[in-house]
Write a protein that binds this ligand. Structure first.
Ligand code: KG4
Ligand code: ZN
Length: 327
């Protein structure tokens, strides 16, 4: 079964053709990143305009790359939320029009669950339940995943998402946007023990808070007369080490609490090399398996949407043409 996926929740206009939920025939992404860079974050109006102006081209490229015609597509999948409302609506409107015009089913997909599915595409069927972790620019969430269409949120961030904290720290240091990839690279040259930045502990033990560590980085920068290249690497390495330590610790707690030994990670920050290293260490030290998506599927993409949609469709889950954004 060929499904065309459409993803427009944030700043990536994406379309993908996936066969049987497993085989990615095309995965086209057009990012409006460069237009947001000078604002240090995503501007919803700019993102939405980019989707509206580019979605046709992106869909046509995804069909061409997959070597299929529009008549071969058997269902349309679309991100229903969470995300930026205007951005989501542009994708949903397009998906509805296509499903209606082609007279094929429409499948609405949850963006957070799809990030987790990124690590499962092409793999053998997962054993439910497992613990999911989504770390991105919009989320820092631990979930108990009970099935493809069912999960319980165990924890969230009380303030900034971890990717947002990466982006803000990078902005403070003039490293550009997005901050994650550049911090990942610079931190490898820095000393993670150089400065003691700590994350505020959160009462229930599984939630996150990154606003404190972000402010601590800001005060540290302000307290310095000048900051050289090595100091920048030390600052970002120390920030990253402490922020990621909390992510790893809370996931281990969730695994222990629910007596599970499988963790599936997704979202832009799951591309981070230090996070992968930390989890690899824990996986070998404890008897747990930690699954990451391939790096190209960590950030927003439509292959994860079309992939998960296949699993939903097989369970009989389809959407009406009256759906709207789920924030
Ligand atoms: O999943 P994503 O593309 O979009 C959202 O759904 O938010 O995640 C984007 C976030 C940005 O904050 C970016 O800085 C972060 O992922 N990111 C990284 C890395 N690559 C992207 N953070 C840390 N290390 C990376 N290598
Ligand atoms: Zn995302």
């Amino acid at each position: 079964m060929l499904i065309l996926g459409i993803e427009t929740s944030c700043d990536e206009t994406a379309a993908s053709v996936v066969k049987d939920g497993k085989e990615i025939l095309s995965n086209i992404i057009s990012s409006s990143l460069r237009y947001h860079a000078r604002f240090g974050g995503v501007v919803p109006e700019i993102a939405t305009r980019h989707h509206v102006e580019n979605i046709d081209r992106v869909i046509n490229s995804s069909l061409r790359k997959a070597g299929v015609g529009i008549a071969d597509i058997e269902a349309i999948a679309v991100t229903q939320g969470p995300g930026l409302v205007g951005a989501l609506l542009s994708g949903i409107s397009c998906a509805k029009a296509m499903a209606y015009g082609l007279d094929i089913p429409l499948v609405a997909v949850d963006h957070v669950s799809a990030h987790i599915y990124s690590a499962l595409i092409g793999q053998s069927d997962p054993k439910f339940p497992f613990i999911g972790l989504v770390v991105s620019g919009g989320h820092t969430r631990i979930l108990l995943v009970e099935d493809f269409d069912r999960s319980i949120t165990l924890s969230d961030t009380l303030d900034d998402a971890i990717g947002e904290a990466y982006d803000k720290v990078a902005k403070m240091l003039g490293l550009g946007y997005p901050g994650g990839p550049v911090i990942d690279r610079l931190a490898r040259k820095g000393n993670p023990m150089a400065i003691k930045f700590t994350c505020r502990p959160v009462d229930n033990g599984l939630d996150f808070s990154f606003s404190g560590i972000k402010t601590a980085v800001l005060y540290h920068i302000r307290s310095q007369d000048s900051i050289g290249a090595q100091e920048i690497s030390d600052i970002v390495a120390s920030f990253q080490e402490n922020a990621l330590k909390v992510v790893v610790r809370n996931c281990l707690k969730a695994l222990e609490q629910y007596k599970l030994n499988t963790l599936v990670v997704g979202g832009g920050v799951s591309a981070n090399s230090r996070l992968r290293e930390m989890f690899a260490f824990e996986a070998s030290a404890k008897n747990i398996s930690v699954n990451f998506p391939p790096v190209e599927l960590c950030s927003d993409n439509a292959a994860m949407i079309a992939g998960l949609a296949y699993r939903l469709y097989k369970k009989g889950i389809v959407a009406g043409l009256d759906i709207t954004v789920l924030e």
